[in-house]
Design a protein around this ligand. Structure first.
Ligand code: PMP
Length: 361
């Protein structure tokens, strides 16, 4: 195998090479401390500097003001499925969920264990190939919040607009497209994302919460489940995942250096276009799962004419250093996850591979 191959895994996913190199260079002796970040006290001035810069860099790159606060938590995006209702779903209210895929459904199911929920819109009936339109979304009369998943990792669909929710707090699982494009992030009262796709390694979950929503959070929860606890303690209520937070900081510096969200959006559009273009020009050999208007720029999902060909495609791709392309078992086929850190060369190589494969099979 060559030194680095193209890794299309959906998460944990490829990281920017520059970030890995910087982490390697600082691994044994972080800035003359004589120790690694992995060995450092989370209450040391050096770590405080790391976590504070990660927080402020996140706000800067996301183009958010201090109206939002950034938290670094554990438990994955999955813990947020229950932290959100625990903190904001009161007995008199109903939580609205838009169900656009498996993770959105899980969020709904966990909410339903805690309080009253309503499906504000769903595209379950068309096997999650599309995103609902604004007019398809029906909020309940006493809504605690509206929850959506901005990018559906398994199905390869992505919201291209931010839905209007009026005065109802808007909450989003952005695990698989956070900071991948320009977006009105300030319209969201709470955003969460497991880091392992677009932000860093597994082990840390980023939560961005508005001050106004934070004020409404429950004060009677076990402290580890309470956003208030984590906000009041600057994400240091308990020992945080120090090393993953450090890598997130390096990824944010890398994003900023690349030109921020506008630049990363342009790059991501180009990358996705390379693959969708091959699909669209393949005379039906490759068929995309998502409807064109809702195609994800992060997870490109498609099928070949037969399952056997898909198996051959995966084996051949892997032997050529293109790995992690197997679709999720609920959709099958192929999924190319092309998050921020996937270089354009990865998509060019895969696009050429797809053309050659079709030619030969
Ligand atoms: N939401 C989305 C959109 C995801 O893609 C994933 C993981 N693939 C999750 C939630 C679950 O995240 P975690 O494994 O960090 O709990």
């Amino acid at each position: 195998m060559p030194y680095r191959i193209f890794n299309f895994n959906p998460g944990p996913a490829t990281l920017p090479l520059e970030v890995l190199e910087e982490a390697r260079d600082e691994m044994l002796n972080y800035r003359d401390t004589g120790i690694s970040v992995m060995e450092m006290s989370h209450r040391s001035p050096e770590f405080e500097e790391i976590i504070n810069s990660a927080q402020s860099l996140f706000l800067e790159v996301a183009e958010l003001s201090s109206e939002h606060q950034v938290l670094f938590l554990q438990g994955g995006a999955s813990l947020q499925f229950s932290m959100v209702p625990f903190n904001f779903l009161t007995p008199d209210a109903t939580a609205d969920y838009i169900v656009t895929g498996s993770f959105a459904k899980k969020a709904l199911q966990e909410g339903a264990k805690i309080g009253k929920t309503n499906i504000a819109a769903s595209n379950d009936s068309n096997n999650y190939t599309a995103i609902p339109r604004q007019e398809d979304i029906a909020l309940s009369s006493n809504s605690a919040y509206l929850h959506l998943t901005t990018n559906n990792t398994i199905y390869g669909t992505q919201w291209k607009y931010v839905p209007e929710s009026g005065s109802v707090p808007l909450i989003a699982d952005m695990s698989s497209d956070i900071l991948s494009r320009k977006m009105e992030m300030k319209k969201f009262d709470l955003i969460y994302a497991g880091a392992q796709k677009n932000l860093g390694p597994a082990g840390v979950t980023v939560v961005v919460i508005s001050t106004s929503l934070l004020e409404q959070a429950s004060s009677s929860l076990p402290p580890i489940l309470s956003y208030k606890t984590h906000a009041e303690n600057g994400s240091l209520y308990n020992t945080p995942p120090c090393f993953p937070i450090y890598i997130v900081k390096l990824v944010l510096e890398w994003l900023k250096k690349k030109g921020g969200l506008a630049a990363v959006q342009e790059a991501n559009e180009k990358k996705a276009h390379l693959l969708y273009n091959v699909i669209d020009k393949s005379d039906g050999y490759y068929t995309g799962h998502a409807v064109k208007k809702d195609r994800s720029e992060m997870n490109v999902t498609f099928h070949l004419p037969e399952e056997q060909l898909e198996k051959e495609f995966l084996d051949k791709a892997s032997s050529e250093g293109l790995i992690g392309l197997k679709g999720h078992r609920s959709v099958g086929g192929i999924r190319a996850s092309i998050y921020n850190a996937m270089p354009i060369e990865g998509c060019e190589t895969l696009a050429q591979f797809m053309k050659d494969f079709k030619q030969k099979h």
